[in-house]
Write a protein that binds this ligand. Structure first.
Ligand code: AMP
Length: 958
């Protein structure tokens, strides 16, 4: 903004103000005359050059010895400092005068005398120079001759500086013969001026140059940080000097016009946002319907962000993101999407993720809580991908991706968005088991494969990975996607071996790759028949028969033959070390860092540590050690767990990382499970999980057990203590050691000596206790006990009953009652697992689908049996509170229901005896600091049971 160098159109016009003019006087002038001798100045009427009648003062001296004065009337100065006197006069030529004498003059003198009022008299001031001030001696340019041309002189003289209010003019003739035809007194002033958008008033120059202050013209304003009024100088000659100093500029909506003398409003359809420049046409998608617009309004449906300048076009909110592709991996979801078709003509597109949790289709969805994390972020995403983790397992979520830009906040409309529903899982897609070749040429292979039929999975796609065998390295591997269970590999090398693996993708993400199978392309153009090579640990039919365990069902076996890998007992190897070498990877001890001891195992400490295999990501691991001084047999038994575990590959089976046998101590490394053993974890978090979360855990365990059963592996020791749980609440089956069953080895009272080994009585099916009939069906019995442990948050099965009492009770068809708040459907499943006839018990596959059904229909988990109104089959009934002696204290009762942590609160609140408890309300519990809903329920339902118990006599207790 540099208004000081505006081009100025400057007009040198001046105006004059007349103080006196004899021409316009209508009456006699009656000026004062003085002389010592005759003749005097005399006033006569005459005609001027335009023949107007004027008053004339004239004199014609015959000698020059005396002065003849003529003094004007008092002339007001009116602010002028310099005044001009214009004289018109005629003068006789001396030589033409009849009375010519030596002292004849052709000049006269002009004087002035300043006075604040009309104070002069005939005698005062004295007629002489000083006090009169002489202006000049005025000589005639044209002289009159006898019979000559009548030509008059016009002379303008300047006098000043004047200080008093007025002055007199005085003419002194000393030998002249002349006529003063007119006297005009005036001063010059600078006229009003508009220039450079500044307006200056008429200005009288009181000094040589007079500063004049102006103002900005209408619709203009001073600019700059310290605006000063416009300034211009008025010259003493009545002319403006130089250029104005001004910072005036037209305000927004107005532009300079007519040579910077006016500010005119911008016409309709134009705008001017700042002070500089001219009006311009409205930018795209905006309009100015009135004159004088400083900004153009956006057309309907268009917006301008706060940061957008008025000269940018108006824009819109973007359209919705497109085609969200969710990839669910257990409790993690990756969402990918495409950018909107319409960015709203802006380049500040971003995305936000909204997550809501819908417990059932009927209930309203709630926003996901703080437990859900987003990478890279939840809002302000610039890319097209977000990873969300920390979701609850087996839960349906709705994810909404909103497309946003700089104007989204201003829009009244909700941002355009696209949503997907996903259901988290503990599952991974099924393993693709058999890959067969249906055709091959020298450059192609046509392959197909099968997957176990599992109705609750929908396979979305397969990924096939193939590597050329000789140069196996990551670079030589390729992968292709297929929507069907077949694919054609092309552009292959002739007579080459290719290792092929397939994996399936479901909504839960990708499953594991199948074991690699090798196929060969033809050496020439000849076709080949189907070919099926058995790789590494993939067991062919014949071998399967050799190593198979007790299989109760022939048809089962046939199905397995066709597609499932089978577990090999390491003790069937002549040298069990061979099995270790085969199934467990040796790890270099330098890759392992042990950090802390986390538990005690059968053979030594269990530690947490980190495993960093070069080229791979560092992972936490659990490290089981074999303490020093072991026998060969102990070493073998210890490592047998690794050679069993190493055969399993399932998300609900603890994963073996490897073993260290080359150095001491010998170690087994497994994946690290942050929350440790499930039984203690549940006891620690009593009542803090919802039934759906608990069912999620049970579902994982059932899924792992299903896998083991399909592998023909019988666990024999399925119990909550042998389930590990990680930070995502994923449960995994562990403890594959055989040693604790070996009689001499273990001192753990859980394992009771029986014929041929030790048995965990409370978890074991009666046929296994009675005649060591361990099968997947006996594992199902144990699984029922695990369900009970989970639903009662780690309660000890059959409480403190003795093992013998348990055996007797089971024999008499008593079964564990539903734990507090246990959904009826779940207790029913437990009872199914505890059927005496093992063939009547459900298979793990059935348990998995039954649990899936409950998860899909969470309302079914709301049905909880009324205490005391149970079904008629013989059961063990609700126990702990019912067994209280009549005089039991509040403390005894709280301990019995494992709520002893609240004992002090109850006593402080005045509940000293069990009798007082009947009146207790949720409100009372809250006052006592029992804030967990689960604990409130447990306490209240126990009180209810006690109340019921007092009225009923028909309850069976141990
Ligand atoms: P175990 O000998 O397998 O019964 O292990 C003994 C204890 O060590 C378990 O009860 C757990 O508390 C702990 N533990 C064993 N394996 C792991 C693991 N993979 N992650 C975390 N803790 C483990």
């Amino acid at each position: 903004l540099n208004l000081f160098i505006l081009v100025i159109y400057f007009f040198f016009i001046s105006s004059a103000e007349v103080l006196m003019n004899t021409k316009t006087e209508t009456s006699d002038l009656k000026w004062t005359v003085f002389s010592h001798a005759r003749p005097q100045w005399e006033e006569v009427s005459g005609l001027d050059e335009e023949n107007n009648s004027v008053r004339i003062n004239q004199i014609c001296q015959t000698d020059s010895s005396s002065s003849h004065w003529l003094r004007s009337g008092y002339i007001q100065r009116r602010g002028a400092s310099q005044v001009y006197v214009e004289l018109r006069f005629t003068m006789m030529e001396c030589s033409s005068r009849s009375t010519h004498h030596r002292s004849c003059k052709e000049t006269f003198n002009l004087y002035y005398y300043e006075a604040d009022s009309n104070e002069a008299t005939a005698t005062n001031p004295p007629w002489m120079e000083n006090p009169y001030i002489k202006v000049d001696t005025v000589a005639a340019d044209f002289l009159l001759r006898k019979d000559g041309e009548k030509k008059l002189n016009v002379k303008t003289l300047r006098l000043g500086p004047l200080n008093k209010r007025g002055f007199y003019l005085a003419f002194q003739a000393q030998g002249a013969c002349m006529a003063l035809l007119s006297v005009r007194v005036f001063f010059k002033k600078c006229p009003p001026l508009v220039s450079a958008l500044s307006s200056f008033p008429e200005t009288i120059p009181r000094t040589l140059v007079q500063e004049a202050q102006g103002v900005c013209v209408e619709h203009a304003a001073q600019q700059g940080p310290r605006p000063r009024p416009p300034k211009l100088f008025c010259g003493e000659d009545g002319q403006w000097v130089g250029q104005p100093t001004t910072s005036c500029a037209c305000v927004p909506g107005f532009e300079p016009a007519e040579g910077y003398t006016r500010c005119t409003a911008c016409p309709v359809g134009q705008f001017k946002s700042g002070v500089e420049g001219q009006c311009r046409g409205c930018p795209g998608f905006s309009q100015a319907t009135n004159r004088g617009a400083s900004v153009c309004e956006c057309r309907p449906g268009y917006l301008r962000a706060e940061s957008d300048t008025p000269d940018t076009p108006c824009t819109r909110t973007p359209s919705a993101p497109r085609s969200i592709i969710p990839k669910v991996n257990f409790t993690t979801v990756t969402l990918d999407w495409n950018e909107p078709l319409d960015s709203g003509s802006r380049n500040d597109l971003s995305y936000a993720v909204r997550c809501s949790l819908c417990r059932s289709p009927k209930e309203t969805c709630l926003p996901c809580g703080d437990g859900v994390s987003y990478r890279p972020a939840k809002d302000g995403l610039l890319g097209h991908r977000v990873e969300v983790w920390g979701l609850l397992p087996h839960t349906t979520y709705t994810f909404t991706i909103q497309a946003l830009n700089g104007v989204s906040q201003l829009s009244e409309k909700e941002p355009a968005s696209e949503s997907v529903n996903i259901t988290t899982s503990h599952d991974v897609p099924p393993l693709v088991s058999v890959i067969r070749k249906s055709d091959s040429t020298e450059s192609s292979l046509t392959l197909h494969w099968s997957v176990p039929t599992q109705p609750h999975y929908t396979i979305l796609q397969y990924e096939l990975r193939y590597c050329e065998k000789e140069q196996r390295s990551e670079d030589q591997c390729h992968s292709i996607q297929s929507n069907r269970n077949q694919a054609v590999l092309t552009d292959l090398r002739r007579a080459s071996q290719y290792e092929v693996q397939v994996r399936a993708r479901t909504q839960a993400g990708y499953g594991s790759f199948s074991p690699p199978i090798i196929f060969r392309t033809l050496p020439d153009g000849r076709d080949s028949g189907s070919e099926f090579l058995v790789p590494g640990i993939f067991i062919a039919v014949g071998m399967l028969l050799l190593v198979t365990f007790a299989q109760e069902n022939k048809t089962d076996l046939q199905v397995k033959e066709a597609r499932v890998k089978v577990y090999i007992d390491p003790f069937t190897y002549e040298d069990p070390n061979e099995a270790v070498r085969e199934f467990a990877k040796e790890i270099d001890v330098s890759f392992v860092k042990i950090e802390e001891v986390i538990g005690a195992g059968e053979f030594g400490e269990v530690c947490r540590g980190r495993l960093k295999i070069p080229g791979k990501k560092e992972n936490y691991v659990a490290i089981k050690t074999l303490k020093g001084g072991y026998t060969d047999k102990q070493r073998r038994d210890f490592l047998s767990e690794a050679s069993i575990m190493g055969q399993f590959q399932h998300p609900n089976i603890i994963h073996l990382e490897g073993i260290i046998t080359a150095s001491c101590p010998v170690m087994i490394l497994t994946e690290y499970m942050e929350n440790g053993a499930l039984d203690s974890f549940l006891r620690l978090n009593d009542s803090q999980f919802t039934p759906i979360q608990l069912v999620g855990m049970l579902r994982g365990i059932a899924s792992g057990m299903k896998y083991l059963a399909e592998m023909s592996y019988v666990h024999r020791d399925l119990a909550a203590r042998n389930i590990l749980i990680n930070s995502n609440l994923v449960c995994k089956v562990s403890d594959f050691g055989l040693s604790r069953f070996l009689q001499e080895n273990s001192s753990d009272p859980t394992y009771t000596s029986s014929l041929g080994g030790k048995i965990p009585i409370r978890w074991t099916a009666p046929e296994a206790i009675a005649f060591r009939k361990f099968t997947s069906a006996s594992d199902v019995w144990s699984y029922g006990i695990v369900m009970w442990e989970v639903m009662s948050f780690g309660e000890r099965p059959y409480w403190d009953m003795s093992n013998q009492d348990v055996i007797n009770a089971i024999e008499q068809d008593y079964r564990l009652p539903p734990p507090p708040d246990c959904p009826t459907h779940l207790h029913q499943l437990m009872l199914d697992c505890w059927q005496k006839d093992r063939s009547a018990r459900p298979r793990f596959a059935e348990l998995v689908s039954a649990l899936d059904k409950l998860i899909r229909n969470p309302a079914s988990l709301k049905i909880v049996a009324q205490e005391g109104a149970g079904p008629s089959y013989p059961l063990l009934d609700q126990r702990a509170p019912l067994a209280l002696p009549p005089c039991a204290s509040v403390g005894d009762w709280l301990r019995a229901i494992k709520m002893e942590r609240y004992e002090d609160s109850f006593l402080q609140a005045g509940f000293n005896s069990v009798d007082q408890l009947a009146q207790i309300t949720t409100q009372d519990l809250l006052h006592m600091g029992v804030t967990l809903a689960g604990h409130q329920r447990k306490i209240l339902s126990s009180i209810q049971t006690m109340t019921f118990q007092n009225k009923s006599t028909a309850t069976v207790t141990f």
